[in-house]
Design a protein around this ligand. Structure first.
Ligand code: FES
Ligand code: FES
Length: 158
């Protein structure tokens, strides 16, 4: 049976009438129209559906909406409003790290989760931080370079 669930999404509080076991990814896409959250595998393996929950990178396909009521959730749509996003976006573009773009929202949020706890990561820390995010296009090196570039050029932002 549907229930009224309070959610904090991208800085706004919303209440939605939804089944408590509905996956967060479906609530974000179907109920809230946040299409930057992508569905790849649906099994927690690809990171395309990643969002930030209380600052941690979480695959939203594995989360029942009721389990995160009242938690602070950010999707790429909310994160796009920040200077940190602008820096990452510029570095992804200049490193050639965006090709089809399917993985990019998850990669950008993985970069944010890393840089917010470690503003000057090593290359291996960057590789580790994005290890749950699959990219079929870039071979990862350009994405790693983009995140290292953001930490060099924009370390003051984190
Ligand atoms: S769709 Fe959630 S991890 Fe792949
Ligand atoms: S840019 Fe296409 S999947 Fe990563």
């Amino acid at each position: 049976m549907d229930k009224m669930i309070p959610l904090k999404i991208n800085g706004n509080t919303k209440k939605i009438m939804v089944h408590p076991s509905k996956r967060l990814i479906d609530v974000l896409r179907d109920d809230l129209g946040l299409m930057g959250v992508k569905e790849g595998c649906g099994e927690g393996e690809c990171g395309a559906c990643a969002v930030l929950i209380e600052g941690k990178l979480i695959n939203s396909c594995l989360v029942a909406v009721e389990s995160i009521k009242n938690a602070e959730i950010y999707t790429i749509e909310g994160y796009k409003m920040t200077k940190r996003y602008a820096m990452l976006d510029e570095c992804f573009a200049s490193a050639g790290a965006v090709q089809c773009g399917f993985c990019t929202p998850g990669m950008i949020l993985a970069a944010e989760a890393l840089l917010s706890s470690n503003a000057m990561p090593t290359e291996s820390e960057v590789r580790d931080a994005i290890s749950g995010n699959l990219c079929r296009c870039t071979g990862y090196n350009m994405i790693v370079e983009a995140i290292l570039m953001a930490s060099r050029k924009g370390g003051y932002l984190w």
